[in-house]
Design a protein around this ligand. Structure first.
Ligand code: YOG
Length: 134
C-alpha cells in the first residue's frame, strides 16, 4: 500500500519561507503579506493521480499531475515562471523536480507521524513546512 496524503491540512510551521521567496524573486511587499499566511492544503490522491490545492486568504494555487508524467507548470500567482515538472515516488516520499530558469527547484512531501511535511527548494534555499490534519 502506498502512502496516502489525501486530506485537508493546515500549516503549523514554516521555516525559511522568506529565503525561499527571495530565491524565487518575490518582491518585498508580496513577501510581507505571504509570510503572514497560514495556508491550507487539500490533497486528493487517486492511484497515480494527484490534486494539491494550496489555499490562503491572499492567493491559492492548484496543481494536478500524474506520477511519472512530465507536465508544464505555470506557477501562476506564485513567481509566474513556467517550468517542466516531474513528480515521482522515492520510497514513501513524493518528489517533484521543477526544471526551468531557477536551479535546484523542486519540493518533497512525506508523512511523519500524523503530520504532513513539505520541503520547498530553490537555488540554495530550503523552506521546511509542517501541516496537521484540519
Ligand atoms: O506546493 O508548490 O504541495 O503546488 C509556495 C509559495 C503566496 C503568494 C506555495 C501564496 C511560494 C505570494 C505553493 C501562498 C512563494 C508568494 C499560498 C507551494 C510565491 C509567491 C498559495 C507548492 C506544492 C506541494 C504543490
Amino acid at each position: 500500500m502506498p502512502v496516502d496524503f489525501s486530506g485537508t491540512w493546515n500549516l503549523i510551521s514554516n521555516d525559511n519561507f522568506e529565503g525561499y521567496m527571495v530565491a524565487l524573486g518575490i518582491d518585498f511587499a508580496t513577501r510581507k503579506i505571504a509570510k503572514m499566511l497560514k495556508p491550507q492544503k487539500v490533497i486528493k490522491q487517486d492511484g497515480d493521480s494527484f490534486y494539491i490545492h494550496t489555499t490562503s486568504t491572499f492567493r491559492d494555487y492548484l496543481l494536478q499531475f500524474k506520477i511519472g508524467e512530465e507536465f508544464e507548470e505555470d506557477n501562476k500567482g506564485l513567481d509566474n515562471r513556467k517550468c517542466k515538472s516531474l513528480v515521482t515516488w522515492e520510497n514513501d516520499k513524493l518528489v517533484c523536480v521543477q526544471t526551468g530558469e531557477k536551479k535546484n527547484r523542486g519540493w518533497t512531501h512525506w508523512l511523519e507521524g500524523d503530520d504532513l511535511h513539505l520541503e520547498l527548494r530553490c537555488e540554495n534555499q530550503v523552506c521546511k513546512q509542517v501541516f496537521k490534519r484540519a
